[in-house]
Design a protein around this ligand. Structure first.
Ligand code: FO1
Ligand code: CA
Length: 312
């Protein structure tokens, strides 16, 4: 059957790579569709920036930078340095190689092509077998509420380095966005065997996907099991501002909070060995395994465990 993965940036991309390896070696290599958050997207220097799509693209293509967690490996920064000397905006860094993708994507968008078509073509050209699907071709923008007002996501995340207290999160444009048609088709496919929610931030990376009209309902309707991989390990978030934001929103950083967040949607939860004690108190079927993904073998191991759990 087919598998749909919902995914944000780094953590999600790692499992997406594991899933592609696990599924791609079989006879049917077009089995994996990856729905990617575009709520982090914004316009900068006249260019369309799509951080999560690019993290997934670069990770699956083997081009990603491992230490930064975003952008390309073997990157140089001449463009940014020259721009800064000229007094240009430079709080958000685009590497020289990364710039090529941004210029080409923006040109094609301006020529009227959809984001889905552009990403699909770039994925093919970089040797990716899975279908990379932006959650929507329409603009959805994650907005972070703070005591000093609303901030577009990248302003909160990069310009303000996640310092402001988060009092709420909203997804501008979501109500009017159409879900990606290829995603809706994959979710309605009778051959669908599992939906995997990758260990991405539930509030910042997965909620925007679920906010696009039609996607949540499609996940509820499918007969395929919806399996959530918790981004919590040992009562801490693996990466990024997840734990800080959860605390600011008054949520405990536990598997219970993750389970409650996906109540009515998830059929199973995968949690880390470090949180094994939580399993007994969770209302959902739970599978305990190692969820940290450092090596390629880790990614493949988690992918195999999640797919096995989904099929039991
Ligand atoms: N993150 C940073 O912390 N600083 C940057 O200058 C930066 C530039 C950047 C450029 C392209 C891109 O695709 C991602 C970039 N990111 C940067 C990461 C981005 O803010 C995050 O990956 C996400 O939006 C959070 O998931
Ligand atoms: Ca269901």
């Amino acid at each position: 059957g087919r598998v749909v993965a919902l995914c944000g940036g780094v953590g999600g991309a790692k499992l997406a790579l594991g899933l592609e390896t696990a599924l791609g070696s079989g006879p049917d290599s077009e089995r994996l569709a990856i729905a990617v958050n575009t709520g982090d997207d914004f316009e900068y220097l006249g260019l369309r920036i799509s951080p999560d799509l690019d993290t997934v693209l670069y990770t699956l293509a083997g081009l990603n930078d491992l230490t930064r967690g975003w952008g390309r490996a073997d990157e140089t920064w001449n463009f940014m340095a020259a721009l800064k000397e000229l007094g240009g905006e430079s709080w958000f860094s685009l590497g020289d190689r990364d710039l090529a993708l941004h210029v080409e994507r923006t040109r094609r968008l301006q020529a009227g092509e959809t984001l889905t078509s552009i990403v699909g073509d770039m994925a093919r050209r970089t040797g990716i077998r899975a279908a990379l699907l932006p959650m929507s071709d329409d603009p959805v923008r994650t907005i972070v509420q703070t005591p000093d007002g609303a901030l577009p996501f990248q302003h909160y995340f990069v310009k303000h380095a996640c310092q402001p207290v988060v009092t709420g999160i909203s997804f501008a444009g979501a109500d009017d966005a159409a879900p990606n048609p290829a995603l809706m088709q994959a979710l309605a496919d009778p051959q669908l065997s599992a939906v995997i929610v990758c260990p991405s931030n539930p509030f910042l990376s997965i909620d925007p996907i679920l906010a696009v009209p039609g996607i949540r309902v499609a996940l509820q309707r499918t007969a395929a099991p919806v399996i959530v991989v918790s981004p919590i390990v040992g009562g801490q978030a693996v990466k990024g501002p997840t734990a800080k934001i959860m605390q600011e929103l008054g949520l405990e950083v536990t598997s219970q909070t993750i389970a409650a967040h996906y109540a009515g949607l998830a059929d199973g939860l995968v949690i880390d060995e470090a949180d094994a004690a939580d399993a007994a108190t969770l209302a959902l079927p739970t599978h305990v395994t190692r969820t940290l993904m450092r090596s390629h073998a880790d990614k493949r191991q988690l992918a195999d465990a999640v797919l096995d759990f989904a099929n039991t």
